[in-house]
Design a protein around this ligand. Structure first.
Ligand SMILES: [Ca+2]
Length: 470
């Protein structure tokens, strides 16, 4: 009962805020806000993120061994980037890049364990999220699912631009069949549902609630992240096809997510919102090696590594009537998604945000365009040590400082960097440094300069309240 009362209050406040913001739009545009203007509303945005989903987990990529008919259909209806990258090879930093358009190190979120490293997993309070910006423009904003950008009241998603939150911080051990949800600040124990289905249902309800106003829904699924758990009948289907228990369960987890996404897309159609809703789908990093190996095409490496297998992700953008479906060449990166979404919504970007990415909208609208901007990656457990697991990508070339250890007491790595020609060697099998020493040297210099820049930004002075400790 308490939950319902608080939720209603929150909803009313949000409606007031949204109405106020739209009132401002009304004044500026000097137009009458009526039913006729609904079709000219800014587009809604649904940003769906899977957790540890591999490109090779999609049925379209693995010969139909998994079952992802809704995601495959979404891909067919979307601009699908063939070379899309997460912001990191692990969860939290990837999400920081996704929601700020900036490299994770700048945001303060450099590693993933919120309990061991609370200060290194908090999105600095001087960072602005995509939700902050959309909310300021009158969008109803909601996060359903995983947050992972800081524990504690100041870092709660409802303090970081989201009007509504139905999810979890990312710090707790949870079972897909027994879990605690934070529903707008109220804790709810759930033991009679499957988490993925529950999140799908809540996403559908969010869209129904906000059908009449522009909305931003960030649906951050937990699937197929550990623990590996799925409804038994779905697991049985894949076991019967000869898959081992772990892979069968992972594919069942993915099928559950896929079905929920299908229901969400159907609901958009049913509500007449599909044409004016941008749907983005991605995964936050590559497959987790801990449960066991699984198919990911020919990509080298896994989650935790800056080789392609750790950072390459599916990326689909569907916007009917504006974005022609089909594949896109060139590089796309999580830092590009915030500027892309704001561009599509007609919202100018404040230069003070110092976004690292650039809008993909030109390439979304024109499949013939190509762009391969320089992009950077780095991750190790704990305080950054940039001699480990770092990479720069530029055009066909990628320089990698190898992954040495995930251990806590890092020593500087003395391993030499490796240079790969992704055009001829997408599997990163051959170090070609000796053939192209000048390219390797230039990229090494670029990478070193980037490391210095983002580390300086990470260590910039704290907020006056001392909250952004490092
Ligand atoms: Ca992840």
């Amino acid at each position: 009962m308490t939950v319902i009362q608080n939720f209603s209050t929150s909803l009313s406040v949000r409606c007031l805020v949204a109405c106020f913001a739209w009132g401002l739009v009304y004044q500026f545009d000097n137009t009458v806000f009526s039913d006729e203007t609904v079709s000219t509303q800014p587009p809604n945005v649904i940003l769906i993120l899977a957790d540890d989903l591999a490109i090779g987990d999609l049925a379209s990529q693995n010969g139909g061994i998994s079952r992802t008919k809704n995601l495959d259909r979404l891909a067919t209806d979307s601009a699908s980037f063939r070379q899309a990258y997460s912001g990191s090879c692990v969860c939290a930093p990837a999400r920081a890049a996704l929601l700020t358009g900036r490299y994770p190190h700048r945001t303060g979120v450099v590693t993933l364990n919120m309990n061991k490293f609370p200060k290194l997993t908090q999105l600095r309070l001087d960072e602005t999220t995509l939700a902050d910006v959309l909310k300021s423009q009158g969008y109803a904003t909601g996060l359903i699912g995983k947050w992972h950008l800081g524990k504690g009241a100041e870092y709660h998603p409802m303090r970081r631009g989201f009007d509504e939150f139905e999810g979890f911080s990312g710090s707790q051990e949870l079972s897909y069949f027994r879990y605690t949800l934070d529903v707008n600040g109220n804790l709810l124990e759930v033991s009679d549902q499957y988490l993925t289905d529950d999140l799908s249902n809540r996403a559908i309800e969010f869209v129904r609630r906000h059908r009449a106003h522009p909305f931003f829904l960030h649906l951050a699924h937990y699937a197929p992240h550990r623990p590996i758990e799925a409804p038994e009948p779905r697991v049985q289907f894949f076991r019967d096809r000869g898959l081992d228990q772990t892979t069968a369960t992972i594919y069942a987890m993915i099928e559950s997510m896929d079905q929920g996404i299908g229901r969400l897309l159907d609901e958009l159609e049913h509500l007449g919102l599909a044409d004016n809703t941008i749907v983005v789908f991605a995964s936050d990093n590559g497959p987790d090696p801990v449960p066991g190996e699984r198919f990911n095409g020919s990509l080298r490496g896994t989650k935790y590594q800056v080789y392609e297998g750790g950072i390459r992700v599916p990326l689909f953008v569907r916007w009917p009537g504006v974005v022609p479906p089909g594949s896109r060449d060139g590089v796309a990166h999580f830092v590009d998604l915030m500027p892309t979404i704001l561009d599509c919504c007609g919202i100018p970007i404040d230069p003070k945000l110092a976004i690292d990415g650039a809008s993909l909208r030109p390439r979304l609208e024109n499949p013939a365009l190509d762009a391969r901007p320089k992009r950077f990656f780095q991750w190790n457990r704990g305080v950054p040590n940039y001699t480990h697991n770092a990479a720069v990508l530029h055009g066909r070339w990628k320089l990698v400082r190898p992954f040495v250890t995930r251990g806590l007491k890092l020593q500087d790595s003395l391993l030499p960097p490796e240079l790969f020609d992704l055009k001829n060697d997408p599997s990163e099998s051959t170090d070609v440094t000796s053939n192209h020493p000048e390219i390797a040297a230039a990229l090494e210099k670029d990478l070193a300069a980037w490391c210095d820049r983002v580390e300086a930004d990470r260590l910039r002075p704290q907020q006056a309240d001392g909250s952004a400790e490092h």
